[in-house]
Design a protein around this ligand. Structure first.
Ligand code: NAD
Ligand code: UDP
Length: 337
């Protein structure tokens, strides 16, 4: 069974491709490589020993997506392609709306044309805005504070409208919490260029002395140690959630929506301390002012995904810290060889 993975060279997409191949699916990737590298395809092949079809191109390119569907009998799409940097989305809202929404509209149009009406969509816990109650259930009120989050919320709305108009669609909306970690092999993972926005890549760059010090954005939140609390989830658990969601979609789910998180919140300081301990490294940090737009705490109630999909996160925060660091160290060794 062939599945199309948009953004399959990216962080979450690449790990999910590995799981899809291991689960016996045939994988076609389309990625314009705006935030990833071509060699990820080779790494996916190396890990799994299986072949992958790769198209370098933009999901906003209707002709390309049409060509892919005309060449392959695709049963479902996992739609990861999108821009994801919150700060950049504030500075370049049109880029975000154009890229994330146009790509999705194109995809849905072509899927309709070829009668492929099964899709798993990458949404985000950002659609919960500043949550009023914790842990967060899927039924919590939705709002966003930046254009990136708005693209996710609009796309969720588009998917609901598409389903209302045609009940033959099967759609899984997955709201991710904070994915970190990497594949055990150290061949794929997350290693952004430049100064990272997210906590784990920043911690790693401080540990490897590429950056001097981690700024901890606020220690006066209403949390146990005053620093921000998030639901960090191992990328492998997250990828496994996609296989379960895809199975659900292919069994005729209608439209469904699941939180993919662990249900446990960890503070910035807890993550830093765990990272130092498991990797035996020092992470210099200082307390800095709060980051604008940040919320104190955010963690999932993942019960619904467990009830419906039989999925729950299994790997712990120590695995996440160890595997994330292992990947970056392996990248460094390879580039210095
Ligand atoms: P990523 O940037 O590593 O992967 C996205 C991939 O999509 C990249 O390889 C990029 O080159 C590609 N891409 C972007 N726009 C494209 C386009 N128009 N056409 C073709 N390819 C395109 O990001 P990720 O962390 O793997 O995230 C995957 C999805 O999950 C995104 O939609 C993101 O918004 C969502 N998400 C991510 C997180 C997170 O913390 N990583 C959290 C919640 C939701
Ligand atoms: N954070 C921090 N310093 C950084 C990056 C992040 O203190 O350099 C904090 C941030 O305030 C939040 C947590 O780490 O409490 C997770 O931030 P991230 O950007 O990774 O995820 P998000 O805020 O989008 O959930």
């Amino acid at each position: 069974m062939k599945v199309l993975v948009t953004g399959g060279c990216g962080y979450i997409g690449s790990h999910t491709c590995v799981m899809l191949l291991e689960a016996g699916y045939d994988v076609i990737i389309v990625d314009n490589l705006c935030n990833s590298k071509r060699d990820v395809v080779d790494k996916i092949k190396e890990i799994t020993g299986k072949d992958v079809i790769f198209y370098k191109g933009d999901v906003c390119d209707y002709a390309l997506i049409n060509k892919i569907f005309s060449h392959h009998d695709i049963v479902a799409v996992l739609h990861f392609a999108g821009l994801k940097a919150v700060g950049e989305s504030v500075l370049k809202p049109l880029l975000y709306y154009r890229n994330n929404i146009d790509s999705t509209l194109n995809l849905l149009e072509v899927m309709t044309k070829y009668n492929c009406k099964n899709i798993v969509f990458s949404s985000s816990a950002t659609v919960y805005g500043a949550p009023k109650t914790l842990p967060i259930k899927e039924s919590a009120p939705l709002s966003t504070t930046n254009p990136y989050g708005s693209t996710k919320l609009y796309i969720e709305g588009i998917l609901r409208d598409v389903y209302e108009a045609d009940k033959n669609w099967n759609i899984a909306i997955l709201r991710y919490f904070n994915p970190i970690g990497a594949h055990k092999s150290g061949l794929i993972g997350e290693n952004p260029n430049g100064i990272p926005n997210n906590l784990m890549p920043y911690i790693i760059k401080v540990a490897t002395k590429e950056l001097e010090v981690l700024n901890i954005f606020g220690d006066d939140y209403d949390t146990p140690d005053g620093t921000g609390v998030r639901d960090y989830i191992h990328i492998i658990d997250l990828a496994k959630g996609h296989i379960k969601a895809l199975d659900k979609v292919l069994s005729g789910s209608g439209i469904v929506c699941y939180n993919l998180g662990t249900g446990h919140g960890y503070s910035v300081l807890e993550l830093v301390k765990t990272f130092e301990k498991v990797n035996n490294v020092k992470v210099n940090y200082r307390i800095a002012p709060r980051r604008e737009g940040d919320i104190a705490a955010c963690y999932a109630d993942p019960t619904y995904a467990f009830q419906e999909l039989g999925w729950k996160a299994e790997l712990g925060i120590e695995d996440m810290c160890r595997d994330a660091y292992n990947y970056v160290m392996k990248c460094k060794r390879n580039t210095s060889d």
